[in-house]
Design a binder for this molecule. Structure first.
Ligand SMILES: Cc1cc2nc3c(=O)[nH]c(=O)nc-3n(C[C@H](O)[C@H](O)[C@H](O)COP(=O)(O)O)c2cc1C
Length: 160
């Protein structure tokens, strides 16, 4: 039985790819967060809708059917939406208390990470041991190209 859980939300696949890498590396279990009502498939439409995160309502998320108390180590990975962590991850952190657990966090982004780490610090009640600026390309057509090195990624994982 593993004591490590990777929790991620990924709109366009970048965080998912890294979450699966970490899961395999640590022999961990994995939990994908999902919004109750899916966002549009149209990337630009979602970017426009969430501009400046001026949608104030919380995004509801699907129920988590995993017992978080079984895990003492947690990996959190999500994208950056308008300079902050995604509303899906925020909602998860508001609803779930990770106090007492060791945690590493990553914000996948295209060069404007903004206040993601501050958001994690504000919403995570556990013990944040490592933070990763998970940089991907901002160029259209290669937004799935990871620019953060494998060495940086592996060093971040080792902080857990
Ligand atoms: C609604 C929306 C807002 C975004 N805002 C930012 C931003 O503020 N800063 C940034 O660097 N990237 C921004 N991006 C790009 C994503 O954070 C980046 O492509 C990330 O790697 C996506 O992760 P994912 O594929 O796991 O969803 C935004 C993307 C979307 C869809």
């Amino acid at each position: 039985m593993t004591d490590t859980l990777v929790i991620y939300y990924s709109f366009s696949g970048n965080s998912k790819k890294v979450a699966e890498y970490v899961k395999n590396k640590l022999n961990a279990e994995i939990l994908e967060l999902e919004p109750m009502v899916p966002f549009s498939n149209d990337y630009d439409q979602v970017v426009d809708e969430w501009q400046n995160n001026n949608i104030k309502r919380d995004v509801e998320i699907k129920p988590i059917n995993i017992d978080l108390s079984k895990y003492s180590k947690i990996v959190l990975i999500t994208g950056t939406w308008w300079y902050g962590i995604t509303p899906v991850m925020k909602k998860f952190l508001k609803e779930n208390d990770l106090a007492g657990k060791d945690i590493i966090v990553a914000a996948s982004n295209a060069g404007w990470i903004g206040h993601c780490f501050k958001d994690y610090e504000a919403f995570v009640k556990g013990n944040i041991k490592g933070k990763l600026n998970l940089l991907f390309s901002a160029n259209e057509g290669e937004r799935d190209k990871m620019l953060t090195s494998k060495v940086e990624l592996d060093n971040w994982i080792k902080q857990l």
